[in-house]
Write a protein that binds this ligand. Structure first.
Ligand code: NDP
Length: 287
């Protein structure tokens, strides 16, 4: 018997609402095509009430997995068979792996950030002092992974007091990292001794790409590494940090690496990270 042709396609994708502007398909499909895999990444609008049916459909169609975006990252958890320890600690899932009918929830956001920090910015987080702006889903994933990687301390700055305090207590009680919370009440200085400053808010996200977090930019020093989660080639926040001669790290790396972690979990193959990065950077650069 010769090699039988197969027309079957393996399916993965993203469930979200709204989902139309989610660009993940560009990098995942570029990776599948590059490795000549018969895989498709589907960008699917799923309304909140339909999530249970959508997860059942995922099982019925034997999809290899799915990404979750707003508003499903927490709601999906009760429909899964198990969570990884990191997803459990973060309290949200952005990637589901379907292994012969068993659905496992993982969170790759913080891992994507960590890989970008260590590989692109060449920073070893162990022993570092971190100032994290924001306390939403991205901030939570980053804080947990940084704490697990052995940073010395994390200070959380957030507009809504109870969300910031809740994250601070979570990190203090569940990890060995020293965590503190500072309410964000107008432009504040970055404390001396901060090694890594991260914007993990949605400030700077299109269509408000000209906005930046209100901090005292003249308190940023050249010894700091300043990171943004906004997936863009640059942001006003990073431009300000650059003018203070700090090292900077954009959010594209985080986006690519979190996708690369998912790619490997689904396919078992090493992700072609450069192909994925080029695809998404081209997408962001095009009007
Ligand atoms: P959430 O809605 O969970 O959290 C948003 C955070 O931003 C909160 O801390 C919120 O503060 C703060 N915030 C928003 N607007 C303002 C404002 N005007 N002033 C002060 N604080 C504000 O969102 P996510 O955490 O899921 O996402 C945050 C960002 O991270 C998004 O831009 C997203 O695109 C990006 N992201 C990037 C990824 C990547 O791979 N590069 C991966 C995941 C997310 P408050 O608590 O006061 O509301």
């Amino acid at each position: 018997m010769g090699n039988q042709k197969s027309y079957k396609e393996e399916l993965v994708g993203v469930f979200g609402h709204p989902v139309a502007e989610n660009p993940t398909v560009v990098m995942q499909q570029a990776a599948f095509n590059h490795l000549q895999l018969q895989w498709r990444y589907l960008t699917v609008e799923v309304f909140p009430d339909d999530l249970p049916d959508a997860v059942r459909a995922l099982r019925a169609l034997n999809m290899k997995g799915i990404n979750l975006t707003i508003p499903h990252k927490i709601a999906v958890m009760e429909h899964l068979d198990e969570l990884t320890p990191a997803a459990e600690l973060i309290g949200a899932v952005n990637t589901v792996i379907n292994s012969e009918g068993k659905l496992t929830g993982e969170n790759t956001d913080g891992k994507g950030f960590m890989r970008s920090l260590t590989q692109d910015a060449k920073i070893d987080p162990a022993g570092k002092h971190v100032l994290l702006i924001g306390a939403g889903g991205a901030a939570r994933a980053i804080a947990v992974e940084l704490a697990l990687a052995g940073i010395s301390s994390i200070t959380i700055l957030n507009r809504t007091k109870n969300k910031g305090e809740e994250l601070q207590q979570h990190i203090s009680s569940r990890t060995s990292c020293e965590a503190s919370f500072v309410p964000w009440e107008g432009p504040c200085s970055i404390p001396e001794g901060t090694d890594i400053l991260i914007n993990a808010t949605s400030i700077g996200l299109p269509p408000r790409e000209n906005e930046k977090p209100q901090i005292r930019y003249d308190s940023i020093t050249p010894s700091m590494t300043v990171c943004d989660v906004i997936p863009a080639l640059s942001t006003p926040f990073l431009e300000e940090a650059k003018s203070q001669k700090a090292s900077i790290l954009d959010g594209l790396g985080m986006l690519v690496y979190q996708g690369a972690v998912g790619f490997t979990l689904w396919t078992g193959l090493e992700a072609p990270v450069e192909v994925m990065h080029r695809a998404i950077a081209d997408e962001f650069a095009s009007p």
